[in-house]
Design a protein around this ligand. Structure first.
Ligand SMILES: [Fe+2]
Length: 130
């Protein structure tokens, strides 16, 4: 279970809401990983990946718009982190995911949870100045 907490709040209502939604998507992946009744999780993994991709594309572009509007000097390197993330969840070998569903789900969650915490606590915090 990966939980949003006050320490992640940036003080920008829209962006904070979007970050909470990203935690919610991570929890869907967590619940799916923990679900021992379902043996074939491929379709659910694909749904989560699609949702994550769609949601981050929108969220990142709003963040980038905000950073541009305040003339944030590190916009470019922040954008690179965003596009690396999208690339990572887009370049997926579907056959290997299907063949190693549990491992893929575990690795995805590990990567995503770590990214969420580090990106929001460190990289995003920098554009709100603290
Ligand atoms: Fe960001």
């Amino acid at each position: 279970m990966i939980q949003w907490s006050e320490e992640y709040r940036l003080g920008l209502a829209d962006i904070d809401e979007q970050h909470k939604n990203l935690f919610a998507i991570a929890n869907k992946a967590y619940d799916l990983l923990k679900n021992e009744l379902r043996t074939d999780k491929y379709d659910q993994i694909m749904e989560i990946l699609d949702e994550l991709r769609d949601y981050t594309v929108t969220h990142f572009s709003q963040e980038e718009e905000y950073m541009a509007s305040i003339g944030y000097p590190k916009l470019l390197s922040h954008k690179v982190q965003h596009s690396d993330f999208i690339e990572k969840i887009s370049n997926v070998d579907l056959n290997s995911v299907d063949a190693n569903q549990e491992k893929y789900l575990f690795d995805l969650l590990d990567f995503f949870a770590d990214w969420l915490v580090n990106h929001i606590l460190k990289t995003d915090r920098m554009y709100v100045g603290g």
